[in-house]
Design a binder for this molecule. Structure first.
Ligand code: IMP
Length: 429
């Protein structure tokens, strides 16, 4: 039985929550391998809506959730999310959540630095979620991060905080922000330590055992390929590797164990935060899509920018992200539009490109080359079989498959879990 990894194929918010929830119900273990509480997944189960940021979606379904070493973990955000879920009747305990002992922590100084830097950038800001994700990953790579395991060694923690604060307080003060006190941080961390350490373990061992026992493992990506630190629209990206290859390094498992890689894509495109977006619509159609698709950020509540489906962009995500098949979501948002456009490439300074080049100037100048395709009149919302779809909607999907060079394996037709058309079981070998 194959394992499955799910990643976003655009700029995030593709509807991963529902898809991951649907897949999680058939998995034994759900693993987060990158990102942090900058992610936002909305799960609708019956009449309950769960909003998850850091916890693997499977915990709502009673599955074992694992937070891998590739994540950056904000201890307070984790405990708050556990408390919120508890209030909704979902108990999260060390029985159903395990956290890599070597996961780096987000401390209060990280969001402070994130926000101070964004303020200093002014008009050139990235539009981060302000959660300290970038600064926390910087500390990891600079080898000065506080990791979960350090909470068990107060002396190590104390020495590491000295080093960390030497760096951060200098930066914060340079940006006109308040410095942090070591004593306060140390006391706060030691206070949280017993609650957090209860979840800590070498998760790679558990994953290795699970794999040998034939358990089904689902790797749940956050953000998306176009926000990847290497392959995305740099510098307007997040600070982690969002491609499927990182599921192995970010959890401590063999690359061969990742299994099938699914990319989630909306039937159109959205983006939150700043950065290039060639097929963005600034007109009434863009506004309509945003309104119908309820395109507001789960984490920040910011309205999302909306535009046509960009097949050149998704094809690029398919190639660099290792995506084998797509899950297409929110097709119903396009119901009733007389005609649709699909981006098939770009024109940049008089030259045609079949991909988005890496240089920022070229990305900003990229003009989409469109193909126009007929819309459909009927409703696709809630469709549960191919036969329920209007012929023009099927044509739209088939054209997307051709252009992105990947099949659509699953079609999601509403936020409800059962409103899903499955062309092929993703867990099947
Ligand atoms: P950061 O991850 O907070 O550093 O933000 C960097 C960029 O990634 C910004 O454009 C954010 O809006 C974007 N971003 C981060 N997380 C998500 C997400 O879960 N969905 C969509 N965009 C995201």
């Amino acid at each position: 039985m194959a394992n499955v990894a799910v990643i976003g194929a655009q700029w995030g918010d593709e509807g991963k929550g529902k898809v991951v929830d649907w897949l999680a119900s058939r998995a034994d273990i759900v693993v987060r391998f990158q990102g942090g509480h900058n992610a936002g997944h909305t799960l609708v189960v019956g009449n309950q809506t769960y909003k998850l940021s850091l916890l693997p979606s499977g915990v709502v379904r009673g599955k074992l959730g694992i937070i891998g070493n590739g994540v950056v973990l904000d201890p307070q955000a984790l405990l708050d999310e556990i408390a919120r879920l508890g209030a909704q009747g979902v108990a999260v305990t060390p029985r159903n959540l395990r956290i890599a002992e070597n996961v780096p922590l987000i401390l209060p100084l990280h969001p402070a630095l994130d926000r101070a830097r964004e303020a200093a950038r002014g008009a050139a800001k990235i539009g981060t979620t302000g959660r300290g994700i970038g600064p926390a990953y910087e500390d990891k790579v600079a080898r000065r991060a506080i990791r979960l395991c350090d909470l068990a060694e107060p002396e190590t923690l104390s020495a590491k905080l000295d080093e960390l604060l030497r760096h951060h307080n200098t930066l914060l003060q340079g940006l006109g922000a308040e410095p942090f006190s070591k004593e306060t941080l140390l006391a706060e961390l030691l206070d949280l330590a017993p609650r957090l350490l209860a979840y800590a373990e070498p998760v790679w061992q558990r994953l290795d055992r699970a794999r040998r026992e034939g358990a089904r493992i689902l790797f749940e990506g956050a953000q998306a390929v176009m926000l990847d630190i290497d392959h995305g629209t740099y510098p307007f990206v997040t600070s982690s590797s969002t491609v499927a290859g990182n599921a192995a390094a970010g959890s401590g498992i063999a690359p061969s164990a990742i299994g099938r890689v699914l990319g989630i894509a909306k039937a159109y495109t959205t983006r939150v935060g700043a950065g290039p977006f060639p097929t963005e619509l600034h007109d009434e159609t863009g506004r309509l899509i945003g309104e119908r698709g309820r395109e507001f950020g789960t984490v920040t509540g910011r309205p999302r920018r909306c535009g046509w489906f960009d097949a050149a962009l998704v094809r690029q995500a398919v190639k660099v992200g290792g995506i084998e098949a797509l899950v297409l979501t929110k097709l119903d948002v396009l119901d009733g539009l007389p005609e649709l456009k699909i981006g098939v490439g770009y024109e940049i300074a008089g030259r045609r490109f079949d991909h988005l080049p890496a240089a920022p100037g070229a990305q900003a100048a990229a003009q989409p080359i469109y193909e126009t395709i007929e819309g459909w009149q009927g409703s696709t919302r809630g469709a549960r079989s191919w036969a329920d779809l209007p012929a023009a909607a099927i044509k739209y999907i088939r054209r997307i498959e051709e252009l992105v060079e990947a099949p659509v394996m699953v079609l999601s037709t509403s936020p409800e879990r059962d409103d899903t058309i499955v062309m092929r079981d993703p867990f099947a070998d």
